[in-house]
Design a protein around this ligand. Structure first.
Ligand code: NAP
Length: 249
């Protein structure tokens, strides 16, 4: 019988957990532990890092995992690299459930930067009103451009002080709509949006809002990941589990 570990922290991971629970398959969903109250899940949940590649490999062996589905966020590069290495080491079947990257449409004004550091450099210049569509952990890097007024949106109220002299903080875990994001950008007189190319529908509203308002976007490219097999929907994961379970994985 398959015993599945989902690396989560995304909407896709939760959707997969629901589908596997419905099928009655042994499933554990793993969270890094960054969010204070993750939403309840219909499968077993574990929280916290594994302790690098070795820790994950030990977990896979000890828990008797047969299938690992990496459904982490496309910017969770360390976890994804560890998953590739630990499954190679243990022979556990590996698949990534990912979202295609966003691509610009007519009316979009995107400037691409390779990473967070690139976004910080690109913000050199006169003061602007910037919406930073990034997680809490990346915000401090923008202290190197303290002249701007930043609008920050987090899932939880920040526990530590934010090192940006001019900022407004909105606490909201969505879902976000084009209407509410447009209203938010207008209310804060935003003139530039910074975001990671996460892909997917959930976080897309801010891009559509930026397009509607004619605002430029600093788009941070995805990090490089090791070669792996990727699918983009839950049905494909279910087919893969059926197929590999038949082969006796
Ligand atoms: P990361 O930089 O790739 O991972 C750093 C470390 O956090 C990993 O080495 C691992 O620790 C631990 N970790 C990450 N994801 C884990 C998981 N699902 N289960 C158990 N441990 C995990 O990841 P990150 O960018 O900090 O993202 C952390 C979590 O937030 C992920 O679950 C991701 O899906 C979610 N998330 C990230 C973003 C983003 O923009 N990065 C956005 C939305 C949600 P050990 O080495 O000790 O195992």
């Amino acid at each position: 019988m398959p015993n599945i570990l989902i690396l989560g922290g995304t909407t896709e991971a939760s959707a997969l957990a629901a589908a596997l629970a419905e099928r009655g398959l042994a499933t554990t969903l793993s969270y890094a532990g960054r969010v204070a109250n993750p939403k309840p899940q219909p499968v077993d949940v574990r929280i916290g890092g594994f302790g690098g590649v070795e820790g994950l490999a030990a977990y896979l062996r000890d828990a008797g995992v047969t299938h690992l589905v990496d459904a982490t966020h496309p910017f969770a590069a360390q976890m994804s690299a560890n998953a590739v290495a630990a499954t190679a080491q243990t022979g556990v079947a590996h698949l990534a459930l990912t979202r295609p990257a966003w691509v610009p449409e007519a009316g979009d004004r995107w400037q691409y930067v390779p990473d967070i550091a690139g976004a910080v450099v690109a913000l050199a210049g006169p003061a602007r009103r910037v919406m930073l569509g990034l997680g809490r952990m990346h915000v401090d890097a923008f202290a190197a451009q303290p002249q701007h007024h930043y609008l920050l949106r987090f899932v939880d109220p920040p526990r530590e002080a934010i090192g940006l002299p001019h900022r407004d903080i909105v606490v909201d875990r969505g879902p976000f709509t084009v209407e509410s994001d447009t209203a938010l950008m207008r209310a804060h007189a935003i003139d530039l949006v910074v975001c990671k190319n996460a892909g997917g529908r959930g976080a897309e509203a801010k891009l559509i809002a930026a397009r509607a308002l004619g605002l430029p976007v600093l788009m941070i490219d995805r990090p490089h990941l090791p070669e792996r097999t990727e699918v983009h929907d839950v049905a494909a994961v279910l087919r893969w589990i059926d197929h590999t379970a038949d082969r006796g994985v």
